[in-house]
Design a protein around this ligand. Sequence first.
Ligand code: AGP
Length: 641
Amino acid sequence: MCGIVAIVRSTTPEENGSESLPEVLISCLNKLEYRGYDSAGIALGRVEEGGASLVDSDTKRPTIERFRAAVSTRSLEELKKLLEPIAHTTHAPTGNYNRGIGHTRWATHGRPSERNAHPHQDCSGSIAVVHNGIIENWRELADELTATGHHLESETDSELIAHLIEEETSDVDLLEATRRATKRISGSFAIAIMDANSPNSLVVVRRLSPLVMGTGKGICMTASDIPALLGLADTYYVLEDDEIAEISPDSIRVFDLNGDTRELHPILVSWDISAAQKSGYDDFMGKELNEQPTAIKDTLLGRVATNGSLTMDETRIDDDALRDVDKVFVVGCGSSFHSGLIAKYALEHWARIPTEIDISSEFRYRDPILNSSSLVVGVSQSGETMDTLRAISLAKSSKTKVISISNVVDSSITRHTGGVIYTRAGPEVGVAATKTFSTQIIALQMLALYLAQLKGLLYPDEIKTILEQMRTLPDLMQIALDRSEKVLTVAEEIASKRDLFYIGRNTGYPVALEGALKMKEIAYLRAEAYPAGELKHGPIALIEPGTVVIAVATRGRLWEKMHANISEVKSRGATVVGIINDEDDQTASLVDYALFVPRTPPLLDAVVDIIPLQLLAYHMAKLKGFNVDRPRNLAKTVTVE
Ligand code: AGP
C-alpha cells in the first residue's frame, strides 16, 4: 500500500523551526513505513525571495528537484543519501524549499525500481505527481497519450496522471487542469500534484484511496494516513471522495469535480503514533482483517472491461493456449492452499475444468501427471514460500503452463512464472493471513470466470452478473465485520475450552479448515476441521458433552444435510456455534450460539463466511492475552523446506 505526503509551508524562519523541508518530508515518510514499501521518492520546489518559483540557470524555466530510490533494505537510507547535499537547506541563497511531495511505493504496476518510483513527471518536467491507488483504465489512457506524442518513462499507471494534467495545463491553472484530468481517470486514487509554475500551492484529489489533511502555523499538509501529520498539524480534516483541494501555507480551497465549492470539516485525532499506524486498532491483525472489504475492491479493479467482460492478459498466456487447458492444479501452503480448495468449486462449476488442489510440499514429491495442456497455478501471498517455489519449478520442467497468484510484486514466485495475478491486498504484517486469503479467493475465482469466458461456457450476461455479484461482496463483508462484538460474546462463552471441531460441506469445508487454522495459529487451541459428512466415519467418537463444534451452516452449502450433522453432535452433548445466514431461524434454533452473516450469491460465500471465524480466533487469542501479530513458532514467510 503506497503512502503519499505533500507539504506546502511558509518560508518565514520563525514559523518553520530548525528542520529543513527535505528533513520534514523524510520524517513523514518514516511515519508511513508500516504501510510497507519497496521504493521511495521526493520532489521539491524552491521559491526566491518574493515568492516566485526558482528558475533553473540552464533552462531558464521554473524547476522541480526530484530524488528517487529503490529501497532494497526496506529503510529510507538510500533516499536519505540522495538528499544529503540539500538535507539541511533551510534558508539558502539559492532559494528556500517551500513545497514538496513524497511517496513510499508498494508496487502494483511495474517492478520495484528507481524508474518506477514516484514522483512521476510529465514530458516537460514541470509537473510532478505522487499517487496511491490503481488506475483502472490505464491501458486505454496509455494508448491515447502515446498516440498524442507523450513519452512514458515508467511501467506504472501513476505516471499517466502527470501527462494527463500536462495535456490540460496550456490555458488553465493547475487546479482546473487536475480537475479536468481526473475526469478521464477511473479507479482508485489519492494524488498530490506539484507544478513548477505554481510556486505557492499544491493540488490534491482523491477517490476511494484515503487522504487526510492537516494544518498548523504556516504549514498545510496532506497524507495517506494520520501518522504522517502527527506533531506537525494541529487541526485535521478528511478529504472526501471526488473532492479536489488546492493547499497553500495559510489556506485550503476544496471543490467537487464539477468545480462547486465544498466545505472541510475538522476531525478529532487523539491517537499517538503507534495507534495511528494501526489506524487505531490494537494490532495489525485487527486492522488487516478490517481492511478486507477495501482489499477485495482493489482485487476487482481494472480487470473488468466496460462491456462487462473480464480482461486478464496478466496471465501472459494467449487465449488459444488457455482454451486448451484441460486440467488445473492449484498449489500452495496453509491459507493459500485453502483458498485453492475454495476456488476448486468455481473452476469446476464455471469453467468445467477438472481441478486438483495440492499442498506444495506434497505436489513436488508425488510425481503429478503434467503436460502442456495442464495449467499450474502457484498461490503464495509472500511469493517466497520455498515449497511453493519448488512446486512451480517442477511444473516448469514438465513444460506445463504456469502462472502465480501473489500479493508481492517482483517476489520470487512472480519471477519464476510468466504471468501473475496480483491480489493487491496491500502489505500484511500480521502472521495470520486474513486479507491476503480473501483476495486470493477472489483472484482465483476471477481466473475461473476468465477461463469460462474463453471457453464460451458462460454467456456474457452471466459473467456480467457474477462480476456484479462480486462487487457486492465488500458491503456484505463489512456487515459481517460490524458484528465483531457479538463474536466476542461467543468467544467469552467458549474461552475455557481446549478442543474445537469445525465442520462444513462444499466450500464450507475449506472455510472450516481456514477457521481452524486461524484458531491454532493465534489462540493455540486444538482445532480440527472435517467435512461434515465425514464425522460419522470416525471423528464423532471424540464428541462428548461440552465439546465445541463450529458449524459453517450458511444456505447453499447442502444446508439441510448440515442440519442433520448439527443434530448428530448436539445429541452427543456438543455445544454448537453456527455460522448462519441472516433470517435463517430454522438453523439458528438448532445451535447454542448463532453468528449471523449476510446471505451471498452461490459460490461467493467464502469471503463473507470466513469473517466470524477470523474474528472468533482473534477474540479468543486476545482474551488469552496472546500476541495476535506474532504468534509463537511461526514466521510470516517460510523460506525453508
Ligand atoms: C496463514 O495464516 C499462515 N500464516 C500460513 O499458513 C501461510 O498461509 C503459508 O505459510 C503460506 O504462505 P504464502 O501464502 O506466503 O506462501
